[in-house]
Design a protein around this ligand. Structure first.
Ligand code: NAI
Ligand code: SAJ
Length: 456
């Protein structure tokens, strides 16, 4: 009589064929823990809960854990997420806790998506280490650990695996480890996680890759690309970000040549991009967010070899807020006015449209520079709630028309800025950093970044 194979709870090395493993995962027999319930982690935990019905979310912030466990959604600006969190906690597919070790002891699949930041141009992996060590304390043979946080290449090999082995007393091969990066944009996280882009899997061994492929085969509709190892998958993710930073730096450097060439550089870029081998990105006042400005340092600071291109791109992009204020100063001077006596307003503190995030934001940098150089500075941003920089007064979009402005700088192309009340201002000079005003009737002098109207 064939022995009734018990449904595996751990997938790694399980004595069960692929269909049985899929049934176990999709049937809630494989408990999952997701560490980090932030802008990426909460949507990810929700999609895991939809697919497996057995997810415990872990966050060190008790307010976050309590809110999620109560079916509330602390993450703003993600369509569909509040409803998903409410539904999944109500049906028992998703719960949340601050007890990382307890959750790790109960789970067989561990997904880590905590912040990986940069401090003084060096990667700060302290949150990753804390989360991974907690997982290690609760790790059992047959478990699988999946790292989704963006990390410097070789982190899984040189840091995560040793941390897990040290805390668990197990050896890699008794448990699985894979790097499966998150390629998702805030504001469309559920759509992206469910399958907007191919999913990358890098397993520490073949069995780890098999388990990760099985899991993401249930999570996403997208194609799965399995690469040689975790380091290759770590490079895939970081390279995407490096490409973006360098490409934007090219666009920005070209924009700074516009005055010399007497050319509208975005016009030239747009037409250059009609050739399929050209994809120059958009120039702007800088590169913000907690990803693209930081990923280069995951390589610059970690690589023994020289990285002159990555460093130069960072310098070009970090210079753009100053270039933007210089161009605005020039545009004001063209109208016979001096910035030092001017009242200025920055439209947009968020790092990109529609996202409530000001980390490394060009708009914040522009506001800070203006606060040093202008008489009075206001900031208008209908999306972010963060305080503006020192010396800058936040004014709502509804109230800005009551202020007499000499200069307006558009740093972020929020949709709401389609309706800036330009007629309300008597005599304002506008510097459009994001081509937000193209097509708008603005009854004032408008300079556009890279339009060739300046001296440089
Ligand atoms: N935000 C984005 O657009 C994307 C972010 N990523 C990556 O995802 C990772 C997470 O980023 P976000 O979700 O944006 O961060 P976030 O800052 O929005 O959220 C991080 C959450 O993790 C929690 N946390 C911190 N340390 C923890 C620990 N030791 N254990 C458990 N929870 C902990 C925090 O309390 C917070 O709730 C990062 O590695 C980032 O590079 C990847 C793709 C897109
Ligand atoms: C689109 C892309 O290639 N990567 C995405 C990126 O998301 P992020 O939220 O950082 O937005 P982003 O569109 O890259 O913009 C970053 C910054 O760069 C600026 N930016 C962007 C594109 C451009 O042509 N010019 C430009 O100046 C934006 O204004 C912003 O300040 O980084 C995410 C990440 O890795 O965290 C990644 O998952 C996302 O897919």
């Amino acid at each position: 009589m064939s022995s009734q194979r018990s449904e595996p709870t751990g997938l790694y090395g399980a004595d069960a064929d692929e269909p049985a493993r899929r049934r176990a995962f999709a049937g809630g027999a494989v408990p999952v823990a997701v560490y980090g319930l932030g802008k990426m982690g909460l949507p990810l935990a929700a999609v895991y809960a939809e697919a497996s019905g057995a997810v415990t979310g872990v966050d060190i912030d008790p307010d976050v854990a309590e809110a999620v466990d109560a079916g509330e959604c602390p993450v703003e600006g993600e369509p569909g997420l509040p409803e998903a969190v409410e539904r999944l906690t109500a049906d028992g597919s998703l719960s949340a806790t601050t007890d990382a070790v307890g959750a790790a002891a109960a789970a067989s699949v561990h997904v880590v998506i905590v912040p990986t930041l940069v401090a003084d141009d060096e990667p700060d992996l302290s949150a990753l280490e804390a989360a991974v060590r907690s997982v290690g304390e609760g790790l059992d043979a047959g478990d699988t650990v999946i790292i989704e946080s963006t990390v410097p290449p070789r982190t899984c090999r040189d840091r995560v695996a040793p941390w897990l082995e040290a805390e668990s007393g197990l050896e890699l091969g008794e448990f699985g480890l894979a790097f499966c990066p998150e390629r998702t944009m805030s504001g469309r996280a559920l759509e992206d996680i469910r399958g907007a882009h191919p999913k990358v899997v890098g397993g520490a061994d073949d069995e780890s890759a098999r388990v990760a492929e099985l899991i993401y085969g249930e999570i996403t509709d997208a194609e799965i690309y399995t690469v040689s190892d975790p380091a290759t998958a770590e490079c895939v993710k970081v390279f995407e970000g490096l490409y973006r930073d360098v490409n934007i730096a090219l666009a920005n450097e070209l924009a700074t040549l516009a005055g010399e060439f007497g050319v509208d550089v975005p016009e030239a870029i747009e037409v250059a991009n009609t050739q399929p081998f050209c994809d120059i990105h958009d120039p702007g006042p800088g590169v913000g967010g907690h990803c693209i400005p930081y990923y280069p340092y995951f390589v610059i600071s970690e690589a023994e070899s020289a990285t002159p291109l990555l460093e130069t791109a960072r310098h070009v992009n970090e210079y753009m807020p100053e270039y933007t204020v210089d161009r605005a100063t020039e545009a004001l001077a063209d109208e016979g006015r001096d910035l030092s006596e001017a009242t200025a307003a920055v439209f947009g503190l968020a790092y990109r449209p529609g996202v409530d995030e000001t980390r490394a934001s060009p708009g914040v940098d522009v506001a800070e520079l203006l606060a040093d150089r202008a008489e009075t500075v206001y900031a208008v941003d209908p999306v972010t709630t963060d305080s503006p920089p020192a010396g800058v007064e936040r004014v709502s979009l509804d109230d800005i028309d009551a202020r007499e402005l000499d200069l307006a700088v558009v740093a972020t192309a929020h949709d709401e800025f389609e309706s800036i009340p330009w007629d309300a201002f008597d005599d304002v000079v506008v510097l459009d950093g994001r081509r937000q005003l193209d097509g708008q009737a603005v009854p004032h002098p408008v300079a556009r970044l890279g339009d060739g109207s300046g001296k440089n």
